[in-house]
Ligand binder design. Sequence first.
Ligand SMILES: *Cc1c(COP(=O)(O)O)cnc(C)c1O
Length: 387
Amino acid sequence: MSQRPIYLDCNATTPIDPQVLDAMLPYFTEHFGNPASINHLYGWEAEAAIKKAREIIAQGINATPEEIIFTSGATESNNLAIKGVAEAYFNQGRHLITVKTEHNAVLDPCHYLETLGFEITDLPVKPDGIVDLVQLKNTLRPDTILVSIMAANNEIGVIQPLAEIGELCHEQGILFHTDAAQALGKIPLDVQQMKIDLMSLTAHKIYGPKGIGALYVRRRHPRVKLAAQLHGGGHERGLRSGTLATPQIVGFAKALELALSQQKTETQRLIQLRNLLWDQLSTLDGIYLNGHPSQRLAGNLNISVEKVDGQALLLGLQSVMAVSSGSACTSTKIEPSHVLKALGHSDSLAYASIRFGLGRFTTESEIHAVADHTVKTIQSLRKIRYR
Ligand SMILES: *Cc1c(COP(=O)(O)O)cnc(C)c1O
């Protein structure tokens, strides 16, 4: 295999944009200071860069800079939000609501809380992957302290009705957390208009560096209380101790700036490429689109394929394209994806699924090559197995 496979796994991670890398480099070398060093130029330079980055990120979601807490990524942000709220509000109630299709970085902290005496409701989704708002409303209780529902799904790309969820939560005085790891930079996010109280963000899904993210924590209407999960030097208003990673934070802000500046045009471009791919794949029969057809991320196409073995299919695609089946985070376990199962799929259909994650560097000729090879692979597998 001389050529590397075409990268179509942008829901798992993305390469750093060269402009992001350029913005970061000086902060590894000349401007290496600790932003907490208040007595010299090195510290001031780092502190100034972080201040600017914090402003850019806050502005990108219509928050204020003080509401941005830097973390190592969305996993940590989800843990801080969920455990931090549970610990700060347990006197007011011990019931939390989430959804079956959430990322494990939300489900696992919730289920950890169950072992401490909290009660968790995992809401089902409709067959298109979207939360049923009536059902959500009926699940809210006087002792519910938090609703955690993701903005966009990492496997099927489905976008949840954030503003409606925020409205329901705020009517009842319940906090609303959203994991926006997949949504940031790709769809408009406005914490005021959508009444979001906590929002998890990460840089590496938007052509920024790995290992940096943030948690938005609302300071007014209402002021969210949070118990720190990492204790130490008292950084980030005591909510997340640890020396701030200046280069990563600068890269995160640059990545968001780039994503927002091209959000509209990039969305249109990706929808065209995705339609091209889907048009070719759907010439075959027994191919199903997973998730809502239009209320989804522009770069995501997730299909289930009837009458082929999932493992054989992935093996057949591997040399030409880097795609994923089920969630990348759990793909070492051979288990049908919990997200596809929540859509009501049988195990075998959930197994034979492919997630195509298109991104900034995906070209039309790549999509043609991927579509051709996928169609041929499915056809030949079906001949072998179901002659
Ligand atoms: C990628 C992802 C995460 C994990 O983010 P990290 O920054 O890698 O910890 C969490 N939730 C969703 C929806 C994701 O897509």
